[in-house]
Design a protein around this ligand. Structure first.
Ligand code: GTQ
Length: 347
């Protein structure tokens, strides 16, 4: 018997075990420390590449024409944050994107263009800038541009979480486009009028039945509130998109919000055990995330990892900033892992 095999640690290792005392601190850290870093992706920098790939790559060659927004610390496999992903997708007139479905939940926040649609489980849904479109888990979806110009949107998916949980399934539809089995935009027309719920419908699954939360409704909500509510010191006037069946988040894994930071807004810092990705709909400003300053402009996307201290500022003294965000907070809450702390309370 040689000396290494007599080493008790080596014997333990060869038997497929490990001494807990060597790992305790890293496995049971005093507080979370995300592998992901705070980061910003600039729309003005990426947009020309989006247009380049319209010419360079047909949608017959690619399932989707998407640039993934990759966190520098999460390159392989690529993800934006540990549980969430963001991508920028473009489709041009005459194009169609193959119908498919996956167990990952997805949404699209429309950035620019007109005339594109997505069909989700038989319902064709129209896109306009500022609209939030849902593609919940295992819903068939395909996209098409029947308009006159390119359409660009932000994709948000939970695939980093779903893959971590080893619960990912994917299926391609037998034909390129799925049949339309319902009147266009019917779910929005039925459900969007807030407190008036269609009595003949019953919940299907855990997600909101609304295909599109149109910008016109979000804008009207902000206009109706005006300056007559202060909102929160952290987030300004923030509205959460809700599932009309539960009043809760739009999907079990992803919550979506739109916030208005009034001119000159300087938010109070806080942190929480949820990952958040932001998209600037309108305006300019900056967010400070664990001492990293992210200066943002219209249509930029930025990522705030779990438990990082962050605060938001509107950079303009005269214009609103409108910021969309999505979060894994529903996951953390449902597992009893959600914690929130104001920065003053113990950095
Ligand atoms: O449009 O179906 O950015 O399946 C990533 C995966 C978009 C989509 C993404 C997808 C889609």
């Amino acid at each position: 018997m040689d000396q290494t095999s007599a080493d008790p640690y080596e014997i333990v290792r060869r038997a497929g075990a490990a001494p807990l005392w060597q790992y305790y601190g890293s496995l049971f850290a005093a507080q979370p420390s995300s592998r992901a870093v705070p980061f910003i992706w600039r729309y003005a920098e990426l947009r020309p590449s989006m247009l380049h790939f319209v010419d360079a790559l047909s949608l017959e060659e690619a399932e989707r024409r998407v640039l993934m927004l990759v966190n520098p610390e999460l390159r392989e496999p690529p993800a934006t944050l540990s549980t969430l992903y963001a991508g920028l997708q473009i489709i041009v007139p005459g194009e169609t994107a193959q119908a498919h479905r996956h167990t990952s939940g997805a949404f699209r926040l429309i950035i620019e263009g007109e005339g594109a649609c997505t069909t989700v489980d038989g319902e064709r849904v129209h896109m306009r800038p500022g609209d939030l479109l849902l593609t919940p888990s295992w819903h068939w979806h395909d996209h098409e541009d029947v308009g006159t110009g390119p359409m660009i949107w932000l994709d948000g998916l939970d695939y980093p979480l779903v893959n971590l949980l080893e619960a990912g399934f994917f299926e391609v539809f037998a034909e390129r486009m799925q049949p339309r089995t319902m009147p266009d935009d019917i779910s929005t027309r039925q459900y969007i009028h807030g407190q008036l719920r269609p009595t003949w419908e019953t919940p299907r699954g855990l997600s909101s039945p609304i295909g599109n939360y149109p910008w016109s409704e979000t804008e009207a909500a902000f206009a109706d509130i005006g300056d007559d509510a202060d909102g929160s010191a952290v987030d300004g006037v923030m509205l959460e998109y809700t599932n009309p069946w539960t009043g809760g988040p739009v999907m079990p894994t992803i919550g979506c919000r739109m916030q208005r930071l009034p001119p000159g807004f300087a938010g109070v810092a806080h942190r929480h055990t949820s990952n958040t990705i932001y998209h600037v709909v309108r305006g300019e400003g900056r967010s400070v995330v664990d001492d990293v300053v992210l200066e943002w402009n219209e249509h930029d996307v930025f990522a705030v990892p779990s438990w990082t201290v962050h605060e938001h500022h509107n950079g303009s003294g005269s214009e609103d900033a409108i910021v969309f965000s999505y979060t894994d907070e529903p996951v953390m809450r449902s597992l009893g892992l959600y914690r929130e702390q104001s920065a003053a309370a113990g950095r």
